[in-house]
Design a protein around this ligand. Structure first.
Ligand code: FES
Length: 108
C-alpha cells in the first residue's frame, strides 16, 4: 500500500560562493522529520524522500508535501517535529501556529 502522505525534503548541495542550497540543513530536517514520524508510529503511512532542488533555495531548507500540495520553507528540527505531528495525525487538520511561518501561501 502506498504511503498516504509523501514529503520531499530538499538536501541539494552546491559549492560555496554561489546560489544558496539546503544542503546539510536539509539533511538535518529530513532526519528529524523521519525520526519524528517513526516516533509517531507512522513510518508505514508517511514517506520522507530526500530530493534535489525545489527552486526555493533562498528560503531553505524546503519541503513539499503530497497529496496536500503544501510547500514548507525555512525548516529546522523543531518545525520538522511539528510537521511530523501534523502529517502523522490528520493532515487535513489546521496547520498549528508553530508551523504557520513555514507554510508557503499564495502571498509568498
Ligand atoms: S537547494 Fe533546496 S530548494 Fe534549491
Amino acid at each position: 500500500m502506498p504511503p498516504r502522505v509523501h514529503v520531499f525534503v530538499c538536501d541539494n548541495h552546491r559549492p560555496e560562493g554561489g546560489r544558496p542550497a539546503c544542503g546539510a540543513r536539509g539533511d538535518d530536517v529530513a532526519l528529524a522529520l523521519t525520526e519524528a514520524i517513526l516516533a509517531h508510529g507512522a513510518g508505514g503511512q508517511v514517506a520522507v524522500t530526500r530530493c534535489g532542488c525545489l527552486g526555493r533555495c533562498f528560503d531553505g531548507p524546503t519541503a513539499v508535501e503530497y497529496p496536500a500540495g503544501r510547500w514548507w520553507i525555512d525548516l529546522n528540527a523543531a518545525a520538522a517535529a511539528e510537521l511530523a505531528a501534523l502529517v502523522a495525525g490528520d493532515p487535513a487538520a489546521a496547520v498549528p501556529a508553530a508551523l504557520q511561518a513555514h507554510l508557503v501561501t499564495d502571498d509568498d
